[in-house]
Design a protein around this ligand. Structure first.
Ligand SMILES: *Cc1c(COP(=O)(O)O)cnc(C)c1O
Length: 504
């Protein structure tokens, strides 16, 4: 692949991508409106390019990366499914996009109605009584839910200081519990990949504030003993928190509220159609049963006398967790998605997600170790232990997939599986795509036997080959002006030249 020049290298003095009409209002000298201290001394060092150069530059850059609009992205736990463009259009409607967050609520009844209706939709999907749309991410939803659980126990005069979390959990679970001031107690999984009930009973006690669970869990497995678990947890006076970041397997089929959970968050940016990755805006609404409602973040969006109001008279609230009312554009996309799918569509999502995952799992099962060989939900976990014994690691398999045009699955997570590959095909992929991916994986497994070096040195066809990932993360070279000296590649302390993305 050829290199893409920097936009500064394309720059020629005087070139412009826009042609503005002559000014039709009186010109005012900048000196008259801006005090000296705020005025530039030197013109900004901006590239000067024509429109074709501009478009070609950014299009070329965009083609050097992988995205779900380019190809298959089976990243386990993260649900990188295709997001319909219709929902983007809805979020960009001027009536939504141009609202100012300080606008008086009476002037935006449509936005308030949308938030109330989305809350009702998410409450219906999760089996909860009330929802707050404020949290900006799954992790913040977890933290918000745990802060509410903490406030609940305190309001009852109870001191409960620990949160129990299974060893298969997503890393944000223990992090959120610690941020909310709890001590984390880990409970091991049993040999079917579920929570070990006997071990849970041992750690449940008067100091337990909550058990945090993901169901289906991060192995893609539905917790078979959920009713018994919920009963034990509630008997001990603790509450049950549901990490609903990966809800596409259960939509319209079962609900955390029916399983006995008291609080839940959803990731709108995974399940409800907001493109994500790269840290863009997300939303992690929390839903709760009615006894936790007084503790919801303030203001609460609710209906009163035929109107939707912002209620900030909430003496027991944990307070505000986000500026204004959350990431509104994400909420519009989720609402558009919910309405377009309807109840039938959501059920179809769950059925297709589960069917796709089981199909892919069965196609790959003969070629990998399958640590938990059960019917899975929306994702499944393979182990590359067999390949590792032949000298090829899961990381190598993941890198080699890039040469076939696929984003690799999640690797080395969950932590309880050796050389883990965690694969979520999602509901939006066709049989042909699943087959093409399976064939690429099988070919890589065969290569690992016949020519392991090809796999170990992959990728071979991408803009950059294998990076030193630690150094690329710790000392990224994000800015480079042509003509400035490159670092000495042999200097261990200098940022690696490869981190800049050298080309083949
Ligand atoms: C993605 C994910 C989270 C965290 O969500 P963020 O929006 O990234 O904070 C939590 N739990 C599970 C199971 C997830 O997949």
């Amino acid at each position: 692949m050829t290199s893409v020049p920097l936009i500064f290298e394309r720059s020629r003095r005087g070139r412009r991508a826009a042609d503005l009409p002559a000014c039709d209002v009186p010109e005012v000298a900048v000196e008259e409106v801006l005090p000296e201290e705020y005025r530039r001394k030197d013109p900004p060092r901006l590239p000067e390019v024509s429109e074709p150069d501009l478009i070609r530059h950014y299009t070329a850059l965009s083609r050097r990366n992988h995205g779900v609009d380019i190809g298959f992205y089976p990243l386990g736990s993260c649900t990188m499914k295709y997001n319909p463009k219709r929902n983007e259009r809805a979020a960009r409607l001027p009536g939504f996009a141009h609202i100012h967050p300080y606008q008086p609520p009476e002037t935006v009844p449509g936005a308030l109605e949308l938030m109330a209706a989305l809350q009702e939709g998410l409450a219906a999907v999760t089996g909860m009584d009330a929802v707050s749309l404020q949290p900006a991410a799954g992790a913040q939803g977890e933290w918000t839910g745990l802060m509410m659980i903490r406030a609940y126990h305190r309001a009852r005069g109870e001191r409960r200081t620990t949160v129990i979390i299974p060893d298969s959990a997503h890393g944000t679970n223990p992090a959120s519990a610690a941020m909310a001031g709890f001590r984390v107690v880990t409970v091991p999984s049993d040999d079917r990949g579920g929570v070990d009930l006997a071990a849970l009973e041992k750690v449940l006690g008067e100091d337990t504030a909550a058990l945090m669970m993901t169901n289906p869990n991060t192995l893609g497995l539905f917790e078979e003993q959920i009713a018994a678990i919920a009963e034990r947890v509630h008997m001990s006076g603790a509450l049950l928190y549901y990490d609903g970041a990966n809800a596409n397997a259960i939509l319209g089929k079962t609900r955390p509220g029916d399983m006995g959970f008291d609080a839940v968050h959803l990731n709108l940016h995974k399940t409800f159609s907001t493109p994500h990755g790269g840290g863009g805006p997300g939303a992690g609404p929390v839903g709760v049963k009615s006894f936790l409602e007084p503790f919801l973040p303030s203001p609460v969006v609710r209906r009163e006398g035929g109107r939707v109001i912002l209620d900030d008279d909430r003496p027991q609230s944990i307070g505000k967790v986000h500026t204004f009312y959350g990431n509104f554009g994400v909420l519009v996309r989720a609402y558009a998605y919910l309405r377009a799918m309807g109840a039938d569509g959501l059920q179809q999502v769950a059925e297709d997600a589960v069917l796709n995952a089981n199909y892919l799992m069965r196609r790959l099962a003969p070629h990998f170790d399958v640590p938990y060989d059960r019917i899975c939900k929306h994702e499944f976990v393979l182990s590359g232990a067999r390949q590792r014994r032949a000298g090829v690691r899961t990381l190598d398999v993941a890198k080699r997939l890039l040469d076939f045009g696929f984003h690799p699955p999640t690797v080395y997570f969950p932590l309880i599986v050796e050389e883990a590959l965690m694969i979520e095909p999602t509901e939006t992929e066709s049989l042909e795509t699943l087959d093409a991916f399976a064939e690429a994986m099988i070919r890589i497994v065969e290569e690992a036997e016949a020519e392991p070096e090809t796999v170990r040195s992959a990728p071979h066809t991408t803009p950059v080959s294998r990076l030193d990932e630690t150094r690329a993360a710790r000392s990224p070279v994000l800015r480079w002006i042509p003509g400035e000296a490159a670092e000495d590649p042999d200097d261990e302390e200098a940022p690696a030249a490869a981190n800049r993305g050298g080309t083949e």
